[in-house]
Design a protein around this ligand. Structure first.
Ligand SMILES: Cc1cc2nc3c(=O)[nH]c(=O)nc-3n(C[C@H](O)[C@H](O)[C@H](O)COP(=O)(O)OP(=O)(O)OC[C@H]3O[C@@H](n4cnc5c(N)ncnc54)[C@H](O)[C@@H]3O)c2cc1C
Length: 423
């Protein structure tokens, strides 16, 4: 892998997500050699993927080159590779570009889409976990509009204009709102040969309310916003089958649709090779202690979405959102330096900064510890927080410009089928 030998201890980080880059930053120019490995050469700001899917943003404004993240880190190296296996007995990893030894290994590989074993849904639905997948959704939506415009029957047109989103967590609810804005603001202007009333957005949720991870107050408000935008919400509804044309559910609801977007859950993306007790079976997350050390190992750690740390306050682990990943990454950097200096490490304590979701223009919900609110102010806070959390000044400026432009013009400018999607 062409990493120079060094007298410094080598920390290998697998994954340049929120956890991985914050760890890399906290080890920058310290007495360690850091090797950051990712199968992509960029960091993805997943919270805004839905805006790429719905033509609101171009992907380069939410992705950031990992080599740029470490450009001033003198003892840090980046390698574009997929890590395939860990050999803990020889402190080594096997990757798609060769093997590498480590003194400390940190696994920050995040999650992948969970289809709960349903192969038909896996092959026929659209996931939204990465930039290429978000671009696939964007292309498919726009291709469907074009096909609807030339459809020779009402049934065919309806199927192209029926959008089914499964999972009304923040991702599904945000995407449903954004597609509804395409219907309300773009369809009447760009597709005068289509009737916007023929377009339907169905949001299906297995729980009894939208935004199940958030407060009831947020769910109620979000439902109101979704209804206002024209999204048809179906709670207590599980998808049983989808063959690419027909969606069947646990109820009488059957929908004809060319598009089913699957936002119903994630599962861990662990790397093979560790002892069985290291990975918790059902959820595929690594079992870690308060220092993010994986059960059974002293020099292998897991961070962020892939790590499950049971604490009194979070007996089922921390929520799989950006903040735990960021905070764990920052702390582990300090702890690794302490471990190397034979000093005691500091246990991780999660500082919950609240949660939020946006449903559309002027419509968002925010849950803080002692205060829950929704509407324009929540939407403003949502925009500010997301803007400030983006990696890179250029990305922030571009996103801000796009948002202001879209707000003034009721527009979504990235309505381009650059890479057609083939079903
Ligand atoms: C659509 C969507 C919307 C979201 N919205 C929000 C939100 O609004 N707010 C919020 O707080 N959270 C949100 N989240 C969750 C948040 O993005 C995750 O909690 C966060 O990204 C976790 O960070 P991480 O570093 O653990 O993993 P990730 O950010 O997923 O990073 C994992 C990295 O590991 C790499 N990788 C994986 N396997 C390998 C391998 N074998 N070899 C090499 N590299 C590998 C991947 O390429 C990736 O870069 C959202 C997630 C999604 C998918």
């Amino acid at each position: 892998m062409n990493i120079p030998q060094s007298s410094l201890p080598r920390v290998v980080i697998i994954g340049g997500g929120f956890a991985g880059i914050n760890l890399a930053k906290s080890l920058a120019n310290k007495n360690v050699q850091v090797v950051l490995i990712d199968k992509r050469n960029y960091h993805t700001f997943q919270p805004l993927l839905y805006q790429v899917s719905s033509s609101g943003l171009e992907p380069d404004s939410i992705a950031y080159p990992l080599r740029k993240v470490i450009k001033k880190h003198n003892t840090t190296y980046f390698r574009l590779a997929e890590v395939e296996q860990i050999l803990p007995d020889s402190n080594e990893i096997i990757t798609s570009i060769g093997n590498l030894t480590y003194d400390f290994l940190v696994i920050a590989t995040g999650t992948k889409t969970n289809y709960f074993g349903n192969k038909a849904i896996e092959s026929n639905s659209m996931p939204m976990k990465s930039v290429p997948q978000a671009l696939n959704i964007r292309s498919l939506i726009l291709q469907n509009f074009e096909k609807a415009a030339i459809a020779d029957s009402n049934e065919a047109r309806e199927a192209f204009l029926n959008f089914v989103i499964v999972g009304a967590g923040p991702t599904g609810a945000e995407l449903a709102g954004a597609i509804a804005e395409l219907k309300n603001n773009i369809l009447p202007r760009d597709y005068r040969d289509l009737d916007p009333d023929d377009m339907h957005i169905h949001l299906l949720e297995g729980a009894d309310r939208v935004l199940p991870p958030m407060s009831k107050h947020a769910s109620k408000k979000a439902l109101k916003f979704l209804n206002k935008l024209g999204v048809k919400v179906h709670c207590n509804t599980f998808v049983k089958h989808y063959d690419g044309k027909t969606v069947t559910t646990n109820s009488d609801l059957v929908l004809e649709s060319e598009t089913l977007i699957w936002a119903a859950g994630v599962t861990g993306a662990p790397v093979q090779g560790l002892k069985a007790e290291a990975v918790l079976d059902r959820i595929n997350r690594y079992n870690v202690n308060r220092f993010n050390q994986i059960e059974g190992y002293t020099n292998i750690f897991a961070l962020g979405d892939i790590a499950l740390m049971e604490t009194e306050t979070y007996p089922k682990g921390h929520p799989q959102v950006a903040q735990p990943a960021i905070q764990q990454g920052k702390l582990l950097g300090k702890n690794l330096l302490k471990l190397i200096d034979n000093k005691p490490m500091k246990p991780f304590v999660y500082r919950d900064k609240g949660s939020m979701a946006t449903i559309g223009r002027n419509k968002a919900v925010v849950d803080l510890k002692h205060y829950k609110f929704g509407g324009f102010f929540a939407w403003f806070i949502w925009m500010f927080v997301h803007l400030m959390s983006l990696v890179g000044f250029r990305n922030r400026v571009i996103v801000l410009f796009n948002w202001v432009y879209n707000y003034i013009n009721f527009d979504k400018a990235a309505r381009l089928i650059i890479r057609p999607y083939k079903k």
